[in-house]
Design a binder for this molecule. Structure first.
Ligand code: MG
Length: 229
């Protein structure tokens, strides 16, 4: 486990495992804003070099890793004051302004049926900062965790948040398919069609496909339980 979640709670009827990026928070917009800030600070050539470095680090680490990207970009930029400003522009971003409009309402609705938790993919510095500063950490009462690849940690998640069954909510069909393939009788999978991964298709198909995170507010527990298996 990369980041330790809060104290273990009691067994819930359902635990809703919510993704962060492009599920609760418009990460495509965060990244577009980040690109604009980099162009303003660095100019086009160095901004392009930053994104090349970002992709090299992502390939090497298997996940977006901004702290590692800053380290790798330092010898390219060779200006520590400017690097500090680049880091500040990215790390001090106002993440709370990029929640999807009904994310907090959806979490509140899910908590009338069970427990809502956030299980996110990412690095151990930037991603926790995003979850906390966006207000999402508080919305789930501190019940969140970050892994490099969440689908490899389902047993840990289930041990930490005991439940009759689980509802995995994600914008990536690949993660949902992998989860359903591993534990079909314990997980209902819900695909949220937001962000640039939304059009991807994987087998098995998600149990439910919704246009936006706000549509979770129309679900009830018995309808979800019928989707198990
Ligand atoms: Mg996502």
């Amino acid at each position: 486990m990369d980041t330790t979640p809060g104290d273990a709670p009691q067994r819930a009827p359902a635990v809703f495992i919510l993704d962060c990026d492009n599920t609760l928070l418009d990460n495509d917009a965060v990244k577009a804003d980040m690109d604009a800030r980099l162009h303003a600070l660095l100019g086009d050539g160095l901004a392009a070099r930053f994104w090349e470095t970002y992709e090299v680090v992502r390939d090497k680490q298997g996940v977006v890793d901004l702290p590692m990207t800053f380290i790798a970009f330092q010898p390219i930029l060779r200006d520590d004051d400017l690097l500090d400003r680049v880091q500040a522009a990215i790390m001090d971003y106002p993440f709370q302004t990029r929640l999807f409009p009904q994310s907090l309402g959806a979490i509140a609705h899910l908590e009338t049926m069970g427990r809502a938790v956030i299980v996110s993919d990412g690095d151990t510095v930037y991603q926790p900062r995003k979850i906390e500063r966006s207000g999402l950490g508080a919305a789930v009462h501190g019940q969140w965790v970050v892994y490099t690849h969440k689908e490899e940690h389902l047993a840990e998640v289930m041990a930490h948040w005991p439940a009759e069954f689980y509802v995995m909510v994600d914008d990536k069909a690949r993660i949902l398919a992998e989860t359903k393939r591993r534990l079909p009788e314990r997980f209902v999978t819900v695909h949220i069609m937001q962000g640039h991964y939304a059009g991807e298709n994987y087998t098995p198909a998600p149990d439910l496909t919704l246009p936006s995170i706000g549509d979770l507010q129309s679900l009830d527990l018995s309808a979800l339980r019928r989707l198990l298996g």
